[in-house]
Design a protein around this ligand. Sequence first.
Ligand code: PMP
Length: 495
Amino acid sequence: VTKGQSSGSSLHGPSTKEGADDLQTKSAVLHRSLKHDPLRVVSAEGHYLRLSNGQNIFDATGGAAVACLGHGNKRVRQAVMEQMDRVSYCHSLFYGTAAAEGLAKLLTASTDGEMVRAFFISSGSEAVEAALKLARQYHLEQKPSQPERKHFIARQQSYHGTTLGALAVGGHVARREMFEPILSINSSRVSPCFAYRGLRTVLEHESAYVRRLEAELEAEFQRVGPNTVAAFIAEPVVGAALGCVPAAKGYFQAVRRVCDKHGALLIFDEVMCGAGRIGPEPTERFSNPLHAWQDPLIGVAPDIMAMGKGLGAGYMPIAAMLANKKVIEALQHGTGAFSHGQTYQGHPLACQAALEVQRIIADDDLVANVRKQGVLLGSLLREKLSTHPAVGDIRGKGLFWAIEFVSNKATKEPFESTEAVAMGVHELGMQDPYNISIYPGTGTVDGRRGDHVILAPAYNINEIDVRHVVDVTDQVVKQFFRKYTDMSLKTRLVN
Ligand code: PMP
């Protein structure tokens, strides 16, 4: 065990015993936590991350649903090396590359003409920023120009990124709170489509729920002035903010109707749920679907969409914004340029890595495997954990599943935020003998923090590994909540 690293029995290495000076000098990186240095990863292969303390961790989350091919893929490595030998950087203001062009062609082709242009940047947040700005520019340059359209409607308990624009439209209370006074985009939020907490009673029919949400969105358009709305933005399947929530059938058709009626654009944030993650079902039109919106459950194409995470599978920092013909034509007939540029836009190495990742997904028919293993993952999770007293809901699609924890199953009361349940489950999972990375999420309950954990393994996972993930997760969850029964909170949990 290296000095300063975990021995495997505690997640964050030695505590404050070493003194304040040591804490300040230990790491030069500004990590999320200034109190603890994170564990150090020394190598990674397939599903496993090897830590400097000797632990091998099963990466059941691919980071935050990123590493969709697992780690150390040789084809991606080779493609990036070859691109490095050709050209590693040129400025996209003056030059294009075969890497960016190839990726854009592959992505637009995957939409069957719904999206006609792709714009590449380095993170999901930047893809959302670009989408917001493109929506604004579209309204300025469409005929007749509509400069009054500067309001964005999003949903409560949503997360669209960490930069100021993306944070402003998003509804993740804990992540917004501190920066509220400097979030200046005009935006407001309506209820998400979240049956577990949104249905009035268990007897409310899904179609009645969808009508209620449609009426709420319509009312919000009327409240802010329908002609002032630039776009509605939502995740087709909600990721971190709620924990793998697929929309109810018909919901996005209803959203589309309201947007079209009032001339607002529809933006889909597929940063987390896209690029095959939810294992979209094939339809007559999309026989090899890649995007979440191609699943019949969602069933409508957006005007603008953001992709990230699974696009480059973590091999390079890359994200994309795609736009449809209507939007692009308005700019073509307007100023003739998208007024948004970044130094690393269309980065050749990043684009080539993502191109190879997407080719591998297609060549190995990985979205079909996501569908197949996803069914197994979901059913095993439910089989093992749905009757546990602290498990409120198990939901998801494809290889994107969440377990929501509650302190009272009947009332769906969340745990106190001070109990940090999701993080606690993650930390226990990281310990020997479990050695598994489970993603901790918060923000499930309006105005209050809730707890869920996400499982999002690589698309090439096999049945044996799915069973391993579920078995270990089951053990971790049960072990974690054992302490509550020991601490005489039993009555609360079993009620
Ligand atoms: N949108 C969604 C739906 C996300 O899940 C995330 C990241 N969790 C982002 C945007 C921001 O992406 P990034 O962290 O790459 O900036």
